[in-house]
Design a protein around this ligand. Structure first.
Ligand SMILES: [Zn+2]
Length: 217
């Protein structure tokens, strides 16, 4: 395998631990993957192993149709969802699926997260929609989730959890953290009053600024 694939495995180990430390998943739940464009392969976490016990050699490499390329373990059961997202979003190279508590609460209530915060709008692109319910690991869930993520970088999965996507694993991780924070803020805002979403023109401006001018070039 290429150096890029080996690097992706190391990054997935590191990011898996970060996802646990940020309280976005418990135990071995959730899953992470990275698409190595040059090799046309996806590197994904294995099924059912605690993140604290994962090593680079445990990562599973598959082609874009899901056929095994390398690895001695079974891939995450959500592999179909990761592949469907990569097929529908050529700009995306990282997918992180979490079960974080506040966002899951809204997913259970089947309530989207409106564009209420600047950081949310910047990284997600607008409202975080709810993907209709389908059983975990199913092809239906894969198709519904990919369709829901057509124009935004995060979705709530009804009665299940969250998916965040990005160009890098760091970006997808940031999306998952910001969605969880926004879900918590939305609940607080409803306790003290009525949440007011940002106007459309500010959403466009924030998204544009984040894409083109934010951070160090
Ligand atoms: Zn899940």
């Amino acid at each position: 395998m290429s150096l890029a694939v080996e690097k992706a495995k190391e990054q997935l180990v590191k990011m898996g631990l970060a996802v646990v430390q940020a309280n976005l998943v418990l135990g071995s739940w959730g899953n992470l993957s990275y698409r190595v464009g040059r090799d046309d392969v996806v590197v994904i976490t294995p099924s059912g192993l605690d993140y604290g016990r994962l090593h680079a050699k445990d990562m599973v490499v598959v082609d874009l149709a899901g056929a095994p390329v390398e690895g001695h373990l079974r891939p995450s059961t959500e592999l179909p969802m990761h592949l469907a997202i990569y097929h529908s979003r050529p700009d995306v190279h990282a997918v992180i699926h979490t079960h974080s508590p506040y966002a899951s609460g809204l997913a259970v209530a089947r309530q989207s997260i409106p564009p209420i915060l600047e950081d949310l709008v910047s990284v997600v692109g607008g409202t975080v929609p709810v993907a209709d319910y389908a059983p975990a690991g199913s092809v239906q869930l894969a198709e519904i989730t990919a369709a829901t993520l057509k124009n935004v970088n995060a979705a709530l999965l009804a009665n299940h959890g969250v998916v965040g996507i990005g160009n890098t694993l760091e970006e997808a991780f940031q999306v998952c953290r910001v969605v969880e924070k926004a879900a918590q803020v939305l609940v607080y805002a409803r306790i003290v009053g009525s949440p007011v979403p940002l106007p459309d023109e500010d959403i466009i401006a924030l998204r544009d600024f984040y894409r083109n001018s934010y951070g160090q070039k």
